[in-house]
Design a protein around this ligand. Structure first.
Ligand SMILES: [Zn+2]
Length: 235
């Protein structure tokens, strides 16, 4: 998809919005995505984007601020890593049976992992830890919330989702990013409920948020937490 440009705003035009209004979002990678009503011409979309440019500038500036706080990671003793909202210090240990364990309030990383594979291997060990823990937690939380939302799920997968936190497929499969496991349980629950509600509405209309609200009345705070702190959930 080639981006369109209005003044100095570059945006991606995504067709297929069944609504009467244009949906403009700043994605986690900083891309401006615009979903206009299906019958709009590209020129009409340009005009809408132009009329919303102050909002777009403000949100892009905020996105830059939030991402300036992204993590620069060192793989040394004492460095902290997040898990379920808590910060745990890293300890390099010898003779451990697994590459990485959370034990006695510390992330114990086998020294051999770094010695043989360097920081790439260390990163992989953490990713695998979050994938394994995430698989258990998201399965159990999705099974807990699915009847409350009134939907059936087919499967839960935890993997690298790029700049997305989660997605839901049409066949009842939920996908979650392993990075979600760094967030507090309340936020993980919000991400779960959010995706489950997409089985009812594949958009972010009022009807969608109304479904979220039925199950999780304080969703706004949780959504705001994720918007503000999401960039810090990284390796
Ligand atoms: Zn959504």
């Amino acid at each position: 998809m080639t981006p369109r440009r209005v003044r100095d705003i570059e945006y991606l035009l995504v067709p297929g919005n069944q609504r009467k209004t244009t949906d403009i979002v700043i994605e986690r990678d900083g891309t401006v995505v615009v979903r206009p009503p299906a019958k709009y011409t590209p020129e009409q979309v340009d005009a809408v984007v132009d009329s919303k440019r102050l909002w777009i500038y403000r949100n892009l500036a905020e996105w830059k601020d939030l991402n300036a706080s992204a993590v620069a990671r060192e793989w040394v003793n004492g460095e902290t890593f997040l898990y379920l909202g808590g910060a745990y210090r890293l300890a390099l240990v010898s003779g451990q049976d697994q590459p990485l364990k959370l034990k006695d309030g510390r992330f114990c990383l086998s020294r051999e992992v770094i010695e043989h594979g360097g920081t790439d291997a260390a990163r992989k060990a953490f990713e695998q830890f979050y994938v394994d823990k995430g698989q258990q937690r998201f399965e159990s939380r999705a099974l807990f919330f699915a009847p409350k939302v009134g939907v059936d799920i087919a499967d839960v997968k935890v993997k690298d989702m790029g700049y997305r936190w989660a997605s839901c497929g049409r066949s009842g499969i939920l996908n979650f990013h392993w990075k979600c496991m760094m967030a507090p349980p309340k936020i993980i629950d919000y991400i779960t409920v959010h995706e489950l509600c997409h089985f009812h509405h594949r958009n972010h209309t009022d009807a969608f948020w109304n479904e979220v609200d039925k199950v999780m009345p304080d969703w706004r705070e949780r959504k705001e937490w994720l918007r503000k702190r999401g960039a810090s959930l990284d390796l």
